[in-house]
Design a protein around this ligand. Sequence first.
Ligand code: NAP
Length: 533
Amino acid sequence: MVFYDAVIIGAGFSGIYQLHSLRDKLKLNTLVIESGKDLGGTWYWNRYPGARCDSESHTYNFTFSKEIFENWSWPERYSKQDVILEYLNYVVEKLSLKKDMLFDNKVIKAHFDEKSKLWNIKTDKDKTFSCKYLISAVGCLSAANIPKINGLNKFKGNWYHTGKWPHTGVDFKNKRVAQIGVGSTGIQLAPEIAKSAKKLSIFQRSPNFSIPARNEIVNDKYKKKIKDNYQEIRDLIKSTPTGHAFQFSSQSALDVSNEDRKKIYENGWQKGGLGFRGLFKDITTNLDANKTVVNFIKEKVEATMQNKDYAKVVTDFNYPFATRRPTLNTDYYETFNKDNVELIDISKDLIKEITKTGISTLNNNYEFDIIVFATGYDAITGALLSIDMVGKNNIKLSELWKNGPLTYLGLQVPGFPNFFTITGPGSPSVLTNVPMAIEQHVEFITDCISHMEKNNLKTIETNDASSLKWRAIIDKAVNETLIPESKSSWLYGGNIEGKAQVFMPYPSGLPKYKKFCEDIVLKNYEGFNFTDN
Ligand code: NAP
């Protein structure tokens, strides 16, 4: 068994920055273990056509190094998957991190040894390691959700999940394609499949709100402006609740005239992007305010789609806007105007089974050559729970979390000493521009480990009381918003059969969260316990 001071699971944005921080700042002997054959995390796996980030490029990157920031140029307003992967490779090369990454090894077991106070780790290739600090950088959206629909094994065609897309690509030409799911992924994917497929049938269970992305190629002047304003951009995205470069308006949607409100929505629609949900301060907290934006979106979509029956189905919203992660699109609604695209409303005509030749719903049989699952993830906890994790007193993580994840600050789990989670459940993570949440977490963990090393501390561990208190803070905050109106979303675990329905991320924004963390450190890591032997 090889010993490391620290082992990090995952080589995406989190693992990359955590490795650099522990190895180069603290001089710890650190290893990253990654199940993929190469680095990139989400951006390694999600190679589906149309995969692009919804955060604006210059904000969806690391900001810890001015040099790294300034030596990279993003070509478009929103970056494509392959460009983000290229960027991550550029960072890893620049910092010489690859030599400390082990690929094609999935961590399957991590047990805490109470005698040695070390973590013992095993991978699916039978490699074993032990370490003092174990850090999860597994990502929130990495455990693919392939719905348990009867008959998938009988299907004679090919099927794919968007989160495990073949590196060789998929040829849709002259093929009859079923796409199940219309979340952020499905909405990006459908216009791309429709370009070459003989027929694309989109299976929709719930409608989704989508705002135009308005992607564009950026010019050199814009690129220079970004580089020249590194500090201003950094300060801005570290100060907004979402970690994006937009502020929420301080105005209520109900305090303006109908005409002015429409103008504001129209401007936001033309501008495109996630900032749309910040056009009024109460869109996510007041149902009447929310209805104004729902009506606006309905009108826009209805005006775009020629098939009025389809328009009705895609706008039959059964939850308020932005109570799930809003999606961005490029020509999604326009795609339904193509002759080779059909919409199948499976909220009424449920999928019964997958057959040898296609999909049977309660009332119809459809034939396909390819089925694509754009059905999302066992989000936030799925990847971690796929590892056999055992803490003190033989406590299993799966047992501890059976009624929903329990963490303190989304950083530590009671009973799991020296184990940290980057963007874990209970942290702002997926409700933000994620690299900003990652940078804050990595820096907290690095400072904490530095504190331990300097003071010869052996373990750090949170406790049940702190975790339950944190859970209550999250529940109270989310219940002050409209988010509980959509409990079937992945934010609540509602998309996975049998999963506990608990709101998982911290909903009050990054700056407030960061202040919590800073205050806790000032109070000598209140809520954590250290041991020195
Ligand atoms: P998602 O938001 O969970 O959407 C999954 C879709 O599949 C939904 O339409 C869902 O329907 C449907 N579905 C799930 N199980 C089904 C079943 N058994 N039968 C029929 N339909 C089923 O997943 P996602 O689109 O992959 O997005 C997940 C998150 O990843 C996003 O919210 C976002 O945070 C991130 N993401 C970001 C980007 C980006 O930045 N561009 C792109 C992709 C993903 P219901 O709504 O009825 O459950």
